[in-house]
Design a protein around this ligand. Structure first.
Ligand code: PGA
Length: 249
């Protein structure tokens, strides 16, 4: 059975005391279904303090890293530095990194390879802007993103990746993809994986939905056969709403 995942992307939010409070509430929370894996991706500056008090039911991940071993890359953190905190998960390909920081497909491929080399587990994000959906080209667009940065991995390595479909027009806008739009894209992504790899691999990979997912709409989204969870931005900043979402399975 595919893993069910609810992941919180805190982005550049919360000061230290707010972040500590939220982390504390999430680590002591007992009311989540045992078959749902919870992840949080806090700002990297908080990874160290959180890693000092790890929680067995809350996985910590890094929002970003630079794909070089070490050296003169002012302001960046490396995969080994992340790993040295005991952190095992990274986000790659989030649309905000693509759009605001110019992370193009070739660079994302380098990040994928660096993460795999160091045995970090990837949540790889893909998704189209509104202009592409309006033209009806969203599937070609998403397939292209996956082919250029992810589908070079071999069968073993891809099987460890989690995907997140996040239509850009739904991120932080309050506009959620309809259940039909989400399921349609997720089904398509799974069938590309099947074509490119094997049915077994395609059935193993969890595909999350992201984009204004919240406690009110998560239930119907998670009920879709190919939606295996959510990547949650705004609604992950409060323990109550994040845990409500996890309880929507
Ligand atoms: P949102 O963000 O839930 O605030 O729309 C999702 C994301 O960017 O991962």
């Amino acid at each position: 059975m595919r893993r069910k995942i609810v992941a919180g992307n805190w982005k550049m939010n919360l000061d230290l005391s707010e972040a500590r409070e939220l982390y504390k509430e999430l680590t002591k929370a007992e009311n989540k279904p045992p078959y749902v894996d919870l992840y949080i991706f806090p700002p990297s500056i908080y990874l160290y303090p959180f890693s000092e008090s790890p929680s067995f039911h809350l996985h910590l991940g890094a929002q970003n890293f630079y794909p070089a071993e070490k050296g003169a890359f002012t302001g960046e953190v490396s995969v080994s530095q992340i790993k040295s905190l005991g952190i095992q998960h990274v986000l790659i390909g989030h649309s905000e990194r693509r759009v605001y920081f110019g992370e193009h497909d070739a660079f994302l491929k380098e990040k994928v390879d660096a993460a795999v080399k160091h045995d970090l587990k990837i949540i790889f994000c893909c998704g189209e802007p509104i202009s592409v959906r309006e033209k009806g080209n969203e599937k070609e667009f998403v397939l292209d993103q996956l082919e250029k940065a992810l589908f070079h991995l071999d069968e073993n390595d891809i099987a460890d990746v989690t995907l997140a479909y996040e239509p850009i027009w739904a991120i932080g806008t309050g506009l959620t993809a309809t259940v039909e739009q989400a399921e349609d894209m997720h089904r398509e992504i799974r069938s590309w994986i099947k074509d490119k790899y094997t049915t077994d691999v395609a059935n193993k990979i969890s595909i999350l939905y992201g984009g204004s997912c919240n406690a009110d709409n998560a239930q119907e989204l998670f009920a879709c056969p190919n939606v295996d969870g959510g990547l949650i931005g705004g609604a992950s900043l409060k323990a109550q709403s994040f845990l409500q979402i996890a309880n929507c399975f």
